[in-house]
Design a protein around this ligand. Sequence first.
Ligand code: G6P
Ligand code: MN
Length: 417
Amino acid sequence: GMKFTIVGAGSSYTPELLDEMGMRRKQLAVREVMLYDIDEKRLGIMEGFCKRFSQKMGLDVEIKSTTDLDKALYGADFVDTQIRVGGNKQRVKDEKIPLQYDLVGQETTGAGGMMKAFRTIPVMLNVARRMEELSPTGWLINYTNPTGLVTEAVTRYTKANIAGFCSGGIFPKMWAKRAMGIPYEKVQYDYVGLNHMNFISNITIDGRPVTEEEFVKIAAENDDVDLELIKLLGVIPSPYLQWYFHTNEKVAKFKASPKTRGEYVQDLEKEVFAAYADENNCEKPAALAKRGGGGYSEVAMGFVNAVYNNVDTKMVVNVPNQGAVSFLPESAVVEVGCLVNKTGMQPLHVAKVPEMCWGLIAAVKNYEQLAVEAAVEGDVRKMKLALLAHPLVRQWEYVEKLVPELLEANKEYLPQF
Ligand code: G6P
Ligand code: MN
């Protein structure tokens, strides 16, 4: 049986992973689930809840916990990482600081997303480097955001096996199911771009192209990007393209809202953790469904099944390009459809890149590569170049003011600068 380690197990997502293990218990021979976190209090609550929850499901696994990273990683077959360096407290700053300049404030993109990358990449590189020694054949399954940048950093600077994920990879399947009740396995599509900067095209149901009517029904489930715009494009952009195609409208909306998403999540977490801490409770709290990230556990365990049981599976993964996307460097991490099995994942060549999107994708990749280098080297010049390359920042007047402010707001978490 396998050892499955969760780094950042104090996260409210952890029971979702156990739930998925429970549903796949006949498929996945999990022997041990090792919970690791630096926050002893949350770790303790989570260990207690996970034990009750798995017992209730009849899932027969040994649940352990530790605050010792080496012990957590030693001999692990899979290491699922879901950390948030600085917690939601720092996320709120990522959201608020850019907004002061009428710029998008968001945890995964723009100037805020870059700061999350700066806090996170050194910690993730350490996990990957310890894995090189302690679990060299294991797989790092990353859900830590910004997942594209984290995956790029780990593949560029370490030898650890990493697959970077986002729940967005299965959104088209979720949309087709919600709109028309079509089961996941009947829906296929081409997927091209980067994490939170991607486009879905050539959707098929049962192997035949969708009709125009079906396309519109599926597209209408993406309620962050205007439907008229999607019809014009003829391909479905990631919901995160709202920040690029509706920038002013979204910024105005967020400036007017009393709380940022991070502040809302902080409140939600109090409710969720109170339920986890209740010793008579062995059910996932309803409030958990109000968090994003739904579907991630399904993707993660689908990957485990593909690799561990050597089942050829088509999945969207963050992976070095290797020629799959013609206009990006070979080594750049892209988020594309891949064939996954025990040999790892092979990106599928994207035959036809949808017109109009490659300029945006290339600009954001340019930003990402500079941001990763800035994060590793602690290089303020590269930090400025990264922001100048980012389509959501770009102007020098913003960059000049933002850089000192962002560094100051994050100084506790940036030993490299
Ligand atoms: C989506 C995104 C994730 C992101 C999550 C945020 O699932 O794909 O990248 O982390 O939402 O959820 P939250 O509840 O923290 O806003
Ligand atoms: Mn995501």
